[in-house]
Design a protein. Structure first.
Ligand SMILES: [Mg+2]
Length: 235
């Protein structure tokens, strides 16, 4: 275990032994997003909530490997008045019952609210790190949108994009890995975890795993962004 690194903007962490966590975005990661015109939307009620087949088993494998599993989600429709907070809470209660998650951290704000928790800001991850004494540099952020990836990058996590081929731009700085399913993201994390344990000299924090089915390791140069602003995953 490593010590939790200090953060210049919080000044609170210096000597706490940190836990390793996997932060998971909600819509498009834990449950299916409702895709309209190439853009993802949250389920509007419990009836629309659908958990992909590979998700429960993948999360149980992560938990067995010792990772703390935490949801981190923006739900701005509550602030916009188009969704009830009770409905969001009912969806989260259902997810917590069905999946081995410790907690789901939520930002209910919209862009104009000036909060520090709405992704791409890393506030939700910092809240979780404080509550659970998490070592963010040994942790992962899995998301399906650029805001998830940027929040993970700002917090110092390894980032994995589940690419659902939405019509939107990604971050200027690409994610560390791109996959198509949560189960592939989990395999990537488990491979990195094994490599890290087996490594005795002072290796880089996360040696790259072998590129398996659907998993692509990104290099910083050249940029993986195509002219259309999309990241393509090789078959
Ligand atoms: Mg999402």
């Amino acid at each position: 275990m490593r010590k939790v690194p200090g953060f210049s903007d919080s000044g609170r962490r210096s000597s706490v032994v940190g836990r390793k966590a996997v932060f998971l975005d909600r819509d498009g990661v834990l449950n299916r997003a409702i895709v309209k015109n190439g853009k993802p939307h949250p389920p509007s009620n419990l009836e629309e909530l659908e958990i992909p087949e590979d998700v429960p088993q993948a999360l149980h494998a992560l938990k067995e490997a010792g990772f703390l599993l935490l949801g981190a989600t923006n739900q701005p429709d509550v602030s916009r008045g188009t969704q009830k907070r009770e409905t969001v809470e009912a969806i989260h209660a259902a997810l917590l019952k069905a999946l081995p998650l410790e907690e789901i951290f939520v930002c209910y704000h919209d862009d104009g609210d000036g909060c520090s928790c709405r992704k791409p800001l890393p506030g939700l991850l910092y809240q979780a790190a404080d509550r659970y004494a998490i070592d963010l540099s040994s942790s992962f952020m899995i998301g399906d949108r650029w805001k998830d990836i940027e929040a993970g990058q700002r917090a110092g996590c390894v980032t994995i994009l589940i690419d659902h081929q939405y019509v939107e731009q990604l971050t200027a700085r690409p994610p560390d890995y791109i996959v198509r399913l949560l189960s592939e993201a989990v395999n990537c994390i488990l491979n990195l975890n094994v490599l890290k344990k087996d490594s005795k000299a002072s290796p880089p924090p996360f040696p790259p795993p072998s590129e398996g089915e659907g998993v692509k390791k990104l290099n910083n140069s050249p940029s993986p962004l195509t002219g259309e602003g999309r990241v393509r995953v090789k078959n």
